[in-house]
Design a protein around this ligand. Sequence first.
Ligand code: PMV
Length: 329
Amino acid sequence: MATASAPGKVYLFGEHAVVYGEPAIPCAIDLRATVRAQTRDDGRVRVNAEDLTFDGVTVEYAGTGESRPDIDVPDTLIDAAFGYVETAIESARTLAGDAASGIDLTIDSEIPLGAGLGSSAAVTVATIDAVSRALGTEPDRTTIAQQAYHTERTVQDGRASRADTFCSTMGGAVRVEGDDCNRIDTPRLSFGIGYDGGSGDTAALVDAVRTRRDQYQVAASTVAAIGELVRRGESALITDDRATLGELMDMNHGLLSALGVSSRTLDDMVWAAREAGAPGAKLTGAGGGGCMVALEATDEVMTALRHAPSCEQSFATTLTTTGLRREAE
Ligand code: PMV
């Protein structure tokens, strides 16, 4: 048996603009997905998954690479999640040069699905590592990050940035610009996360921003302004200037609103955190619903989030420098 875990992430700055070549800064958080992998002799693949939003879904299939698992759960999110798992298993089999062995996989995730916290990247990264090792090979982190990116790209029809998978593999805060990904030295940060219980459709939201950007010069300028803000945010992060960091997060949220990707529930939670004294708060990820992030998980911020009418669940978490971790059996 091989066990691996990988963290989720929040975007401090730059989601959506990163699609147009601007920089972004995602940051790994201390909510993790853990994957256990074991080989089996019959060549079949069996996946058991459990997370915050659903428990105990089990899927079994032939594992030939051709037969998609037949998932008896009427939920496109879960269907999509198994798409990542299946592709990640194939990727690990290729790395190990073993297309025949069956796999038993157990996924345990603390990261809400499809809510902007990078659950698919964390599951993909941990799956590639655990399955590769169960099959007898130990890829290095750079290889895992690369394979995880290709997995996301395949599942998302070519629309994926390296941000989530690189951040989840390496941990810490990361600056991503095109194919360039680098870790940034950061201070200890804590975050209050508010989750409205919903999710946004990343592909549809990316398309909507593209349409708005093509249609209005002001939307194109907004995307460029986010890029400028990210560059400023990077220095605020390095010098641990929390007031500026917070102010720039607020501005980033406003610019994402202008691009049409916020929602009433996200705005409600963002304002609840600000009014409770958070230096800054913004949506994280594709938007449309899901999660927002507030800088500093103070008692006041966490209480305000817990009581915000739109908030279904809240989490206090911290930046983690631990990316992919090989766990004891
Ligand atoms: O919601 P998430 O975690 O999938 O983040 C999407 C981030 C986007 O910038 C909107 C798209 C991307 O691939 O970078």
